[in-house]
Design a protein around this ligand. Structure first.
Ligand code: HEM
Length: 419
């Protein structure tokens, strides 16, 4: 059986073919418990949608809004401000600002910038060395989003390494060494972004984030003017939760959520690029069709997001007792939300195991749903299309990408590694 060695739904994310396993999970009663993982599983489309849109489900355990290991560090201060990591009114107002800032970007120029950067990165790297293509796909979103935030060209490679370290530190199951490195990386990233703000000339996306924070839901960092410099310093380990108040400049929030954009874009966009290349590698007819008509790249990536999505799962923490998907739930329940399994649910997408470029009414779960649905979809698609196009034009032989050597270690993202 293809999933003979698959122990549980977290391991599925990095299994060569997790989809038969997901089919089996969908046929189980909704929100069944996996005692080994200590989690309940949402696998079918209806349950995944119900969990993601239920206000009793939180993105963090209510008793531990910031991971204890990050408390008192710059990383902890960044974490507690990330829209991805909070719920309630602080999330809603912060999210409005992030959405407004991203909406100010022109997808065509993001794509053009991505294409230029992709061509340069590919030429610099050359085709060689284990994992080189994965490294390219990871660096590109960090370079594009970093460039949009105004990070200097020369600092982008080090920024990408810091994003990698911080993303590793935030991932479920990170080791103590990864956490230590992630804390250092968070200080570096915060210093980088803060320096741009301090120069008083934030451009592009950072200026948009700053302006949007003021108009779309800004909060005064503190009623005490004397504590403003202290509270917003990147050297301040963890300035604590945000107080309510009228709109005011809020650099600590802007710094945190600029870092959030870098981290959120990083592995997920790379996974879309790599899984897209793998689909092309496996299907010569599709490859020929895309070569003849590059306009098919958009539909190709949309179907990859359904068929083999880069973010395979996410987690929710039940805060209040009640019923969800017809099942009783209790505070303390952790739910593993299998986005990748939902995309293959025949109730959502008929004939789900067929890769169909021209699928009508495709229902996607790859970007999540509900109040935390990904606001970076336009950037993700523009960058991924630029990357795949650049790889195709570079003449890299795709045939050898059909069988990955392995997948990058992760509890939720799916990034193939080739020899
Ligand atoms: C193919 C690439 C991407 C995929 C598959 C993806 C997927 C996701 C998913 C599934 C979530 C929701 C997680 C949850 O609810 O637990 C999310 C949230 C988020 N994503 Fe993306 N993402 C991608 C690229 C990006 C990019 C390029 C950006 C920014 C430029 C971005 C910014 C965000 C942010 C800020 C959130 C948090 C939103 C909130 O909590 O309100 N993402 N993404």
């Amino acid at each position: 059986m293809p999933f003979a060695h698959l122990k549980h739904a977290v391991a599925a994310a990095t299994h060569p073919d997790p989809y038969p396993f997901y089919t089996r999970l969908r046929s189980c009663p909704p929100l069944g418990r996996d005692d080994g993982l200590g989690m309940r599983l949402a696998a079918d489309a209806a349950t995944v949608a119900a969990v993601l849109t239920d206000h009793r489900c939180r993105v963090r355990p209510p008793a531990e809004p910031v991971p204890t290991v990050l408390a008192g560090s710059v990383a902890g201060g960044v974490f507690r401000r990330l829209v991805r990591m909070i719920d309630g009114e602080a999330h809603a107002s912060g999210r409005r600002a992030v959405v407004a800032a991203l909406a100010m970007l022109d997808p065509a120029s993001v794509g053009a910038g991505g294409r230029r950067r992709a061509t340069v990165l590919l030429a610099e790297r050359g085709a060689g060395g284990p994992g080189w293509l994965t490294g390219f796909a990871l660096d590109l979103p960090a370079f594009v989003v970093g460039g949009l935030l105004g990070i200097a060209e020369g600092a982008l490679p080090a920024t990408a390494r810091a994003v990698e370290a911080f993303a590793r530190c935030l991932a479920p199951g990170s080791t103590s060494e990864e956490i230590a490195l992630g804390k250092v990386a968070a200080e570096r990233l915060a210093g980088e972004v803060r320096a741009i703000l301090d120069r008083g000339e934030p451009g592009g996306l950072l200026a948009a984030l700053l302006a949007a924070r003021l108009t779309a839901g800004g909060r005064c960092p503190t009623p005490d003017p004397e504590s403003v410099p202290h509270r917003t310093s990147v050297h301040d380990p963890d300035p604590g939760p945000e107080p309510a108040g009228p709109p005011a400049p809020d650099p600590a929030w802007v710094v945190a959520n600029a870092i959030g954009l870098l981290v959120q874009a990083y592995e997920a966009t790379a996974g879309l690029v790599l899984n897209g290349l793998r689909v092309l590698a496996l299907d010569p007819a599709l490859r020929a069709a895309v070569a003849a008509d590059p306009g098919l790249l958009g539909p190709l990536l949309a179907e990859v997001l359904r068929f083999d999505p880069p973010v395979q799962n996410t987690r929710r923490f039940v805060a209040e007792a009640g019923e969800m998907a017809g099942q009783p739930v209790s505070p303390g329940d952790t739910i593993l939300v299998l986005l990748a399994a939902a995309g293959r649910d025949p109730a959502a997408n008929p004939d789900p195991n067929r890769f169909d470029l021209h699928r009508g009414e495709r229902r996607l779960f790859a970007f999540g749903a509900g109040s935390h649905e990904c606001p970076g979809q336009g950037v993700a698609l523009a960058v991924a299309e630029a990357a795949v196009r650049a790889v195709l034009e570079s003449g890299v032989g795709l045939e050898r990408l059909a069988e990955p050597r392995s997948f990058r270690r992760s509890a939720n993202t799916r990034l193939p590694l080739w020899p």
